[in-house]
Design a protein around this ligand. Sequence first.
Ligand SMILES: [Zn+2]
Length: 243
Amino acid sequence: MRALTAVDVLQLWERCASLHPVDRALAMLQAGWPHDAPEALAALPIGERERRAAALRVHTFGPRCEGVGECPGCGEVYQVDPPIDAILAAPEAPREPVALTVLDHELVVRVPDSRDQAALTWCHDADEALRALVRRCVLSASRGGQPCDPAALPEAVLARVGDALAAMDENAETLIELACARCEHRWVLAFDAGEFLFREVTARARRLVYEVHTLARSYGWREADILAMSGRRREAYLQMVGR
Ligand SMILES: [Zn+2]
């Protein structure tokens, strides 16, 4: 893994704003793991993609993480500590197919990846999404030794397969329970490490644009030369021009 450079940050900010969050996360991972093929990154379990986004976040911006949001009840702004350490420490999901017995059905399944997640964006509701996901992730199914159609599994089997896939990949979904100090509203936030990283990329990019603007105007330097400097050196010059 390599940390995102100032040039990476600006390019990702420019390129990724209009992308789907899944594609955005993969683009950021590609910058951090330039030697991994795009198809290999897309084939990582969703939780592993999340773990890498969290690792890239820490490697690029440092260990201190804070997020802010708004209470859905009253609009109060709150601070949240993203569970980065837990995401980094979670066991990695299996990357090979796994045999599973569910209610007398013998199945071979694989954990969902980014391609599956992207394919589900067209589903209208959670039930449809679960069925579509199982169709993609159940590689084979049989009952009493007789092969059966993975697309025609009973609802109870589908639900258990969904639970089993979630248990195999802890990082695929990170939920944070929150309570508002002002209105006592309670809710659960689904934390997305990729989107968290992109918010910080955006904030850093805006700051970099401002720094380039200020230094280019003061010294006539080129953008590429300003971005090639360390943050410390840029900061020293910014102090000299009184920002
Ligand atoms: Zn509130």
